[in-house]
Design a protein around this ligand. Structure first.
Ligand code: PRP
Length: 284
């Protein structure tokens, strides 16, 4: 193997696509030949290794890869010795303890003696220990949602994203065990610290840009303080003078999900020419 930094990326599934898009937007460009498990990044001393998603935390801890994109659920379950460098703003989900819609179980104190199917045995055991529940765990690597129907479990611990899998299997959430998302992890002993930092800065630029919009508006000077309170910005807004000295122009970053609300409040303050522009990338 060469001396390049190695990034582990899920080889298939939704997370594989999300990870690939993020890296490309961050200028970490590679082309994966069909079925190959390795790709070289153009113009940077970086190789991409395509791996099973659930192996990425362990392989990162063991030093097979320097960085990895994977779910924080898998980091937690593996208990691998890795550093979480940053959340990537995608793949948000919950890990939930679920029972059939018509189950008599209403709270965790009723779990004693119950059979629970899961592919997260360690996280589940830690949770059950906190509730002093003695259960029989059925450890599986997938398709957990059908195990009650197959008669091997009375409850499941599984990931919930939209809730459609639960609805399709007539299950309901008894309680949430954790919240997770896709993260960038790093081997704490990597020799490529500087290149890792460079990758982190690039990904931060994309992740922040995806969450924020640029808002521009004109506002009477006498209402500027109130307008700045509505849009305080990432650090602080850029304010410039208009030709009419009683007005100023503001440029500021606003969380995309808050933009509509902010526009309404700014308009009510007398602001005009309020424009939202999406940001592709940024360095703050
Ligand atoms: C995951 C998870 C649930 C489903 C939740 O399964 O295990 O089954 O997604 O998503 P939803 O709430 O949007 O329906 P995945 O498709 O990753 O495959 P798996 O069953 O092999 O884990």
């Amino acid at each position: 193997m060469n001396e390049n930094l190695r990034i582990g990326v899920p080889s298939k599934g939704r997370l594989s696509e999300l990870a690939g898009e993020l890296l490309h937007e961050a200028g970490i460009n590679f082309r994966r030949q069909e079925r190959t498990l390795f790709a070289r990044v153009s113009g940077l001393p970086i190789d991409i290794i395509f791996l099973r998603n659930d192996d990425i935390p362990v392989l990162c801890a063991e030093g097979a890869i320097d960085l990895g994109l994977t779910g924080s659920d898998l980091v937690s379950e593996s208990q691998a010795d890795v550093t979480v460098r940053m959340p990537l703003g995608v793949g948000r989900c919950r890990l939930s303890l679920c029972v059939p819609e018509n189950s008599p179980i209403k709270e965790c104190s009723q779990l004693n003696g119950v059979r629970i199917a899961t592919s997260f045995p360690r996280v589940t055991e830690r949770f059950l220990a906190q509730h002093n529940a003695q259960v029989h765990l059925v450890n599986l690597s997938g398709s957990v949602e059908i195990m009650i129907g197959l008669g091997v479990a009375d409850a499941i611990v599984d990931l919930v994203e939209t809730g459609s899998t639960l609805a399709a299997n007539q299950l309901r959430i008894l309680t949430d065990i954790g919240s997770y998302e896709t993260v960038l992890i790093q081997n704490p002993r990597t020799k490529h610290g500087a290149t890792c930092d460079r990758v982190v800065r690039r990904l931060e630029g994309v992740v922040i840009a995806r969450e924020y919009s640029l808002l521009e508006y004109n506002v009477p000077k006498e209402r500027l303080a109130e307008a700045e309170a509505v849009t305080p910005g990432f650090k602080s807004p850029t304010v410039s003078q208009l030709e009419d000295s009683t007005w100023c122009a503001v440029r500021v970053m606003v969380r995309s999900k808050d933009v509509i609300n902010a526009m309404e409040r700014l308009e009510a303050l007398g602001a005009s020419a309020i424009l939202e522009t999406s940001i592709r990338n940024c360095r703050l």
